[in-house]
Each structure stands twice: as C-alpha cells, then as structure tokens.
Design a protein around this ligand. Structure first.
Ligand SMILES: NC(=O)c1ccc[n+]([C@@H]2O[C@H](COP(=O)([O-])OP(=O)(O)OC[C@H]3O[C@@H](n4cnc5c(N)ncnc54)[C@H](OP(=O)(O)O)[C@@H]3O)[C@@H](O)[C@H]2O)c1
Length: 341
C-alpha cells in the first residue's frame, strides 16, 4: 500500500473529481496531501469527513510522499514531476507534457494495463478525447485490426478546466442579455456556438488536440500503423465529450459482431435503439465512469467500415477515473510483488 498520496492540482476541475473518485472507489492510503498554487494555499477541503488544508506545490512538499496523482497545466507538470520522482514518489500525471516521452507509459487500464510495469517514476494518463476513443476501439482492434479511424469530436467546455465552464455560463448570460461576451479561454464566444479549433496549429492544418488523438492512439494501442483523421470541436456543453467515429478494419465485422464486441468490452456500455430514440448523450453520461456507445451501423461508404457514436464524461473516464485506475494498477502490482517475496 502507498502510505502518503499527494493530489497536485487538487483544486481544479479534474482534481476535484479525483477526490470524489478516490472516495467512491475506496482507494487505499493512510495520509492525503492536497497541493496547488499560491492562489489556493490555505483553502479548506473536506475529504471523507476530514478537513484538509491546501498546501503549496514546492520541492519539499514531496519529502514524505510515495504516490502522486496530478492534474495541472503542462508547464507545471514539467517542473514538479522530477521533484516528486527524486523524492522517491511515483507520479500519475494527467497533463499532456509527459505522454509521448518514450520512457513514460501512457495507460488506459482497459487497453494496455501491462505497460504499467515499465515506468521509471512517471506514468501518463491520455488526453480525454483519446481515452474514450481507445476504450471503444480496443475490442474492434483485437477482433478485426483497426486500420483507419475518422473521428469528429464534440468536446465539453470543462475540457478547458474550471475557466471553460465559467466562460460558457458567462457567454450564454451575455448573449441572452443581447451582448457579445469577449472570449478569454476560447478563441470565440462559446454560447450558442461551435468552435472547430481546440489548441493551436500543430501539423499541416491539424491542431494540437487533433494530433494528440493521432499520436496517443498509436502509443496506447501499440500499433504505429493505425491511421487517424481527427477534427476536434468545442461545443456549448458543460460535461461529456461526444465523438462520431468511423472505423475501417482489416477483417470484415458485421454490425451484430461489433455490437457484441462492444457489449463484452470492459468499461463500455452500449445504448443503441434508434426506434426508441436511445443513444448516448452527454447529459446522461455526466458523473459516470463508462464509455457509452450507440448508433452502431455499417459505414456504407467503404468496405469493412463501422460507424458509431461515443460519449464519456471527460472529467471521469477522460481524466480522474483513468488516473485512479492507473493508481489501482500500481497498488495491485505492488501487492503481487510483495506476495512473491
Ligand atoms: N478537464 C479535462 O477534461 C481534462 C481531461 C484530461 C486531462 N486534463 C488535463 O488535466 C490538467 C488539469 O486540467 P483541469 O481541467 O483540472 O484544469 P483547471 O481546472 O484549470 O485546474 C488546474 C489545477 O492546476 C493547479 N495549478 C495551476 N497552476 C499551478 C501552479 N503554478 N502550481 C501549482 N498548481 C497549479 C490549479 O491550482 P490553483 O487552484 O491554485 O490555481 C488547479 O488545481 C491539464 O493538464 C489538462 O490538460 C484535463
């Protein structure tokens, strides 16, 4: 068991849900430390009936810590993760900074749990839109080998942290009052709008968010040949990313076979009955851990193609739940190696 767990970025959109998730899943630890920036130092947070005070993220904060779950901006993670590792802790990091580092495993426990054994102190949790997609793709890949994926995302404002949701509320209020709200977090007003840009331009007209979906999918699924064409769009929804996914496989898969594979896959719930107007929607997935799949049908535009719709709570499976599941893998592995000794 890890004795002292530190949550870095405990006050953010993801950090708050990590706290909830740890309690709900009864994650084992003896002591808990909450770390954030100077802005939040001294803030009181109630966890499991106890009041904890947020402390400053600084090198000495890790002297007694053996496990860290972190959700901070990339540049903060780049700086603090080595402090924690030098102090002997293992870091499960939600930021984008370490994900493509060859020495850092990038893990979705339903897809590549074995990668946890190859860490050197830092383990990364993927981008939220990638996580839900690979959970859904994994069973299709095992059965029929995924060759190509065309994905369009409809991403919630909480994907941009607490500031994202605040901006959505302010923008909607301003629009209803007949005023235009000047955007801060997003590139354009988000109220009653869609913004087909998440991140900045990264490669040949694709944004950083889109290229994360390309690179991270290949790393997690352990297949550099998978072709991914993403379009990432911010939508005025507070929680829950939705994705329209077209997947081309090497071997043919019928719609019935795809449905069965989804139904049997860990972490996937199928909600699919068009006649009864049943399909996953962000409102229904809010606060849930699974990846929800529906509208499963043949892609009529190519051979060996399946089209489906996929929704998941970006703050839960897209972030907090995935990180806590990685920490649970570490606990399991530590218990197994203690038994062997
Ligand atoms: N939101 C999602 O759906 C999602 C999904 C997957 C991954 N992620 C990743 O998770 C990370 C956090 O995202 P978020 O949505 O939770 O953002 P957020 O709501 O803006 O929270 C950021 C957290 O980082 C802390 N922080 C910021 N600057 C700091 C500094 N200099 N020193 C110490 N702590 C600092 C903040 O503390 P203060 O309260 O002191 O400012 C806050 O606790 C990002 O890397 C993001 O890409 C987010």
């Amino acid at each position: 068991m890890y004795e002292t767990l530190a949550l870095v970025g405990a006050t953010g959109a993801v950090g708050r849900i990590v706290l909830e998730t740890l309690e709900q899943r009864k994650f084992p630890y003896k002591h808990l430390k909450l770390l954030a920036s100077e802005r939040s130092v001294g803030r009181e947070v109630t966890v499991g009936g106890k009041t904890l005070v947020v402390e400053l993220l600084e090198p000495s904060a890790f002297s007694d810590v053996d496990l860290v779950i972190a959700s901070t901006p990339d540049e903060v993670s780049a700086e603090f993760a080595p402090w924690a590792v030098d102090a002997g802790a293992v870091v499960v990091d939600e930021s984008g900074f370490w994900r493509m580092d060859p020495s850092v495993p990038l893990i979705v426990p339903e897809v590549n749990p074995e990668a946890v054994d190859n860490h050197s102190g830092i383990i990364a949790s993927p981008n939220c839109s990638t996580t839900q997609m690979v959970v859904a793709l994994a069973p299709l890949h095992s059965a029929a080998k995924v060759k190509r994926v065309v994905v369009s995302t409809y991403q919630a404002t909480s994907g941009a942290g607490l500031a994202g949701n605040e901006e959505l509320y302010e923008s909607v209020r301003s629009e209803l009052a007949g005023k235009l709200h000047p955007p801060r977090t997003f590139q354009h007003p988000i109220g009653f709008n869609l913004i087909p840009q998440i991140g900045s331009e990264k490669y040949q007209g694709y944004t950083s968010e889109e290229m994360k979906m390309v690179y991270e999918t290949r790393k997690i699924m352990g297949d550099e040949d998978i072709q991914v064409c993403p379009t990432c769009v911010r939508v005025p929804v507070t929680i829950g990313h939705s994705e329209s996914i077209l997947v081309e496989t090497e071997k043919p898969l019928s719609v019935d076979e795809a449905c069965e594979l989804f139904q049997r896959a860990p972490g996937v719930t199928v909600v699919d009955n068009l006649d009864q107007q049943l399909y996953p929607m962000p409102r229904d997935c809010d606060g849930k851990d699974d990846v929800f799949v529906g509208r499963i049908r043949e892609d009529l535009s190519c051979s060996n193609g399946i089209a489906f719709w996929c929704v998941s709570d970006n703050l839960r499976k897209g972030a907090a739940t995935n990180a806590v599941q990685i920490a649970e893998l570490l606990v399991e592995r530590a218990a197994m190696s203690a038994e062997k000794k």
